[in-house]
Design a protein. Sequence first.
Length: 314
Amino acid sequence: EIRTSLIPGNYGESIVLRVLNPKTIAVPFEELGMNQKLRDVIAFELNKPNGMLLTTGPTGSGKTTTLYAFLKKIHTPAVKIITIEDPIEYHLPGIVQTQTDDKEYTFANGLRSALRQDPDVIMVGEIRDNETADIAINASLTGHLVFSTLHTNDAAGAYPRLIDLGINPKIIGSAVTLIMAQRLVRRLCSVCKKKAPLKDTDKEKIEKILKTLPPNEAAPKDWQTFEPVGCDKCNHTGYKGRIGVFEGIKTNETIEKLIGENPSDREIRKLAKPQGILTMQQDGVIKVLTGITSLAELARVVDLEQDTEKEIVN
């Protein structure tokens, strides 16, 4: 399938074609590329009967693939799952999937209809407005497990975003159990990638990030960086396939108290550090140092200098 976006320009239309391959969307939860700590946290939250799990990131960052992986992991004949999507990108047997339209069946209306169907789990493709956010939050507070997505730069930014959408900060902590953020990076071709020494400035960036790793996460030993070359196996691009770079924040008591004080993204990130879950910076750098992707590819989607100076000083 191909999704098409067109906008008028001064000298003609700008067209973007996005190829959707159902096979690449159907990725098992264990193969998404998450580090063990985050995978364990998510698996624990997926076993709960209620709450909201949000994944954030820009368009094309793999959010839908992640949500589908969640659904496939928890789906059994005893669990009733309803999705509201725009559009349905992959058909999941045994799950009630619905698709929004431009007229009456919006995400908000779809949520209202789904709640009358006695579901156990609801997936909302995206929270775009106050109405959808309010219904989704209340669904998670009334015995439903809710999955959805937001457009924010990182996991910490999702809390202020929900407040901006008009959600009462006092109930966010009770409703939202976990927020993730993710990006997609291309995998280096295992056949033709070659070792590449780092420039001094790049080495300094990596060392700063390694110093911020939580105590439970050791830096790779004898690490080595690689760069793309290109061969017949990868169509001479140097890359083959993609993998996610992830981070997550649990809404624990500390975060819940902070939300009521209208915190900044940076304040939330600081208080989330003791949770021991890798940031996208840290997760990405580990993937670079273990030869999964290149530093240039990671820098394309993740800010490698965000907060590192302050974190080291603190």
